[in-house]
Design a protein around this ligand. Structure first.
Ligand code: UD1
Length: 417
């Protein structure tokens, strides 16, 4: 397993670019199963999670070609309706094939995604919604078995805002007969991009950008081309890198309108932001101010940036409070940051961070995707050397992060472990 060896105390400056959004590409790849023929996606980075999804779609019968940043998905001959354990256990987002397979093949068997490092993550909302559309669902030897000769539109209220359940249900409802109304639907930009591709394919969906989506079923969908949105979480990670620096950093190829709550927190911490149409230049403060943060569904503060902002809080002058309401167990990075001499106390899902002004290098372990990014940021600014092990987590969601950060002054070496 590869490690990152990071030489600390680096001053960052310059320009860094953001890639396409993993969490939009994963559902969009699954949505391509609904349109027989070849769809083309642009601005697709090279990430392990996208390779896992490609593998899964090939198992199902699609032909995938990923060349540079263009991916083509030919879903003409979808024949196999099973998502096997070995792939679903690698990546929870494999559950996204459930809705499309059910809509197109009338039957699907998808391995139950287990828990993961950020806590138990049920799929009950996905299953309840598909049942409401007329699917018969049973659980058998760790597999979800869904069957529906016919899907029929229904009113579905999600008791919790869920990105995955909203998208999975949308992908089934677009080919159902009649009208479906999704209430308390998630509004994340990744949901919007999935709606955009479905509508381009011929689906009828109203209410994009709101919590009520109205879908009128159609008989067929057609393959399309689409450019993927910038990854708001990668962008937020690089903005925190800028906030931790002493010189301005420009983050390019992003969508500022997707980052509102994170930008507010950066300002609260004392950063000055110059916002362009597709780029933001961040001027770090001479002294980071403490801040309080609570993760919420979009447009609230994203849980996927909680760990990175915690690194910023470790350098603030004073106490910060960070609460995760989306994944209350998502605090594996706390113990690792404390190894770098941070002072963070955890009480259930609230972390109290006493700013220490300086971190100090140590050996730490990446535990999940976003926690790994936080440890890399911490390593860059800590005194001395930090070794982050198990970085395969970071390769799941960040394309060449060490090359990109080294381009603005970091010193990160990948070592084959
Ligand atoms: C997606 C993102 C993930 C992000 C999360 C929240 C992808 C591939 N992953 O995950 O990076 O952290 O959104 O923004 O896009 N829940 C249930 N039952 C369900 C489904 C969800 O109780 O059936 C709960 C979850 O445990 C969590 C909350 O709902 O507390 C939100 O989860 P959800 O939005 O579904 O997250 P994912 O789609 O899995």
């Amino acid at each position: 397993m590869d490690n990152f060896r990071i030489t600390g105390n680096r001053k960052l400056s310059g320009t860094i670019e953001v890639s396409g959004a993993k969490n939009a590409i994963l559902p969009v790849m699954a949505a391509c199963l609904l349109a027989p023929g070849k769809s083309v996606l642009r601005n697709v980075p090279n990430l392990i999670d996208l390779k896992t999804m490609s593998h899964l779609l090939r198992v199902i019968g699609a032909r995938i070609d990923h060349n540079g940043s263009t991916m083509s998905i030919d879903a003409k001959d979808i024949c196999f309706n099973e998502a096997p354990y070995e792939l679903v256990s690698k990546m929870r987002a494999s559950i996204y094939v459930l809705g499309p397979l059910l809509a197109r093949l009338k039957e699907a068997r998808v391995s139950f995604p287990g828990g993961c490092a950020i806590g138990t993550r049920p799929v009950d909302l996905h299953l309840k919604a598909l049942e409401a559309l007329g699917a018969q669902i049973s659980i058998d030897h760790g597999y979800i078995h869904a069957k529906a000769d016919k899907l029929t539109g229904a009113d579905i209220y999600f008791e919790k805002s869920s990105v995955g359940a909203t998208i999975n249900t949308l992908m089934a409802a677009v080919l159902a007969s009649g009208q479906t109304r999704l209430l308390n639907a998630a509004m994340e930009p990744e949901v919007d991009q999935t709606i955009d591709i479905l509508v381009k394919m011929g689906a009828k969906i109203e209410g994009k950008g709101t919590t009520t989506l109205i879908i009128t079923g159609v008989d067929d969908l057609f393959p399309v081309e689409m450019t993927m949105i910038a990854d708001r979480i990668e962008a937020g990670t690089f903005l925190v890198a800028g906030a931790l620096s002493t010189e301005p950093v420009t983050v390019k190829n992003l969508r500022p309108e997707h980052l509102g709550s994170a930008l507010d927190k950066l300002r609260e911490a004392g950063c000055e932001l110059l916002i362009g149409e597709h780029e933001i230049t961040i001027h770090p403060p001479s002294e980071i101010k403490p801040f309080n943060l609570i993760t919420l569904p979009y447009p609230g503060f994203p849980t996927d940036l909680q760990a990175q902002f915690m690194v910023l809080a470790t350098l603030a002058k004073g106490m910060s409070f960070i609460e995760d309401t989306i994944f209350p167990d998502r605090f594996m990075h706390v113990a690792e940051l404390n190894r770098l001499q941070a002072e963070i106390r955890l009480d259930r899902n609230i972390a109290t961070v006493r700013g220490v002004g300086k971190l100090s290098g140590a050996e730490v372990m990446a535990t999940d995707l976003r926690a790994s990014a936080a440890l890399v940021l911490a390593g860059i600014i800590a005194e001395g050397e930090t070794v982050v092990s198990r970085i395969y987590h970071i390769d799941r969601g960040y394309d060449r992060i060490e090359e990109k950060l080294n381009g603005i002054g970091a010193m990160i070496r990948r070592e084959n472990g």
